[in-house]
Design a protein around this ligand. Structure first.
Ligand code: FES
Length: 107
C-alpha cells in the first residue's frame, strides 16, 4: 500500500489553532496546525452532519460546536459523548511551503 499525497494548501495559510476546511478528491477535510504539527481529519462529525472545522481547537483536539464532542487530532477518537465513533484521520506531509495530505491509498 502506498499513500498518494495531494497538495492541500500552503503552510502559511494555516493559522495556529484555526481549522481550515479543504476538499480533496471529494473528501471534506479539516486541516489544523497546532503544537508545531499539522493534522488532517475528516471534516464531518461522526455524530451528525456538522463541519468540525467550524469548531475550536484545544489540547490537540477539535471540538464539534453542535454538541461538544471533541476529537483527538492524532487518532480521530472522540473524547466523550454524544459522538461514539472516530472520524477518519489522514497522513500529512510538509514539503517546502506546501501541506500535502493523503486521502487515498493505492495498493
Ligand atoms: S454533531 Fe458533532 S457532537 Fe453532535
Amino acid at each position: 500500500m502506498t499513500n498518494t499525497f495531494v497538495r492541500a494548501c500552503a503552510l502559511d495559510e494555516l493559522e495556529e489553532d484555526t481549522p481550515k476546511r479543504v476538499e480533496l478528491e471529494g473528501v471534506p477535510i479539516a486541516l489544523v496546525r497546532t503544537e508545531g504539527e499539522v493534522f488532517a481529519v475528516n471534516d464531518i462529525c461522526s455524530h451528525a452532519n456538522v463541519s468540525l472545522s467550524e469548531g475550536e481547537v484545544e489540547d490537540c483536539q477539535i471540538e464539534c460546536w453542535l454538541h461538544g464532542s471533541s476529537f483527538d487530532l492524532r487518532t480521530g477518537k472522540p473524547s466523550g459523548l454524544p459522538a461514539t465513533r472516530p472520524v477518519p484521520v489522514y497522513p500529512v506531509k510538509i514539503e517546502g511551503d506546501d501541506v500535502l495530505v493523503s486521502v487515498t491509498q493505492e495498493s
